[in-house]
Design a binder for this molecule. Structure first.
Ligand code: HEC
Length: 223
């Protein structure tokens, strides 16, 4: 019996010494008899990785981008013309803004345009925004090509940007940035309609002028 008590006490001490008291904190690794799959080879977020060598990813980034076309859980999959600017079930751009356009829409579009687009494209849409004074070039929105292209195309440029390129240090960007995340869908369509109004303002014909036609004629001829 004496041996049993001494032996039992020794075992208890041993267990406590190795396993610790319940709830005690330790920096040591837990003793795992069956490790199951607790420890996995992994890449820490934002760290470099060896995908380059293993998978030939080529960019050395630990955090991978989702595979193209990935749709996150709970995301609405909506490919209606209002979201894509393309006609239902085809790749063609919608000819006209699918939302109702009123004077209100144009006012809203003007407000948004003045906030987001004027620094580059200028208040009149002629591409003379303030940035041109700092050696940046933008686009004239009155180009014949843009006047003729459908509304859906303009919506797409505003949403996703245009002319993707890569800078000296290899970072991809668009010369014309996309505004999908900054301007709501409805406001992007309002901007499209406002651009149409801007374009229309430059497309007047002399015959359409009601008064002062003669003076205008002189100005035009004087040019
Ligand atoms: C940071 C400057 C910048 C801002 C802000 C900007 N754009 Fe642009 N945009 C550009 C540049 C630069 C181009 C010309 C890209 C090229 O041709 O490489 C361009 C081109 C365009 C084009 C012509 C695309 C084509 O097919 O030629 C449209 C339309 C356009 N922008 C609309 C807009 C609208 C609408 C806004 C406001 C929501 C806006 N942009 C804001 C820089 C800007």
């Amino acid at each position: 019996m004496r041996y049993f008590i001494t032996g039992f006490a020794a075992i208890v001490c041993l267990v406590i010494a190795t396993a610790g008291f319940q709830d005690s904190l330790t920096r040591n690794r837990p003793i795992e008899i069956f490790r199951d799959m607790d420890d996995q080879a992994r890449v820490r977020p934002q760290s470099a990785n060896l995908f380059d060598e293993v998978l030939g990813a080529g960019d050395g980034r630990g955090s991978r981008l989702p595979v193209a076309g990935t749709v996150s859980r709970g995301a609405t999959i909506d490919d209606s013309p209002v979201t894509t600017g393309r006609a239902e079930g085809s790749d063609d751009w919608v000819e006209l803004n699918p939302l109702e356009v009123s004077a209100e829409t144009l006012k809203r579009g003007q407000g948004r345009y003045d906030i987001y687009c004027t620094p580059c494209h200028g208040k009149a849409g002629d591409g003379n925004g303030i940035v041109t004074q700092y050696s940046l070039t933008t686009a004239d929105l009155h180009q014949h090509r843009l006047v003729q292209l459908p509304d859906g195309y303009l919506f797409d440029v505003i949403s996703n940007g245009f002319n993707a390129t890569t800078n000296e240090v290899g970072i991809a960007y668009s010369r014309m940035p996309g505004y999908k995340t900054k301007i709501s869908q409805e406001d992007r369509w309002a901007i499209v309609s406002y651009i149409r109004a801007l374009q229309y303002s430059q497309l007047g014909k002399l015959d359409e002028v009601e008064s002062g036609r003669a003076e205008l004629q002189k100005i035009i001829e004087g040019q």
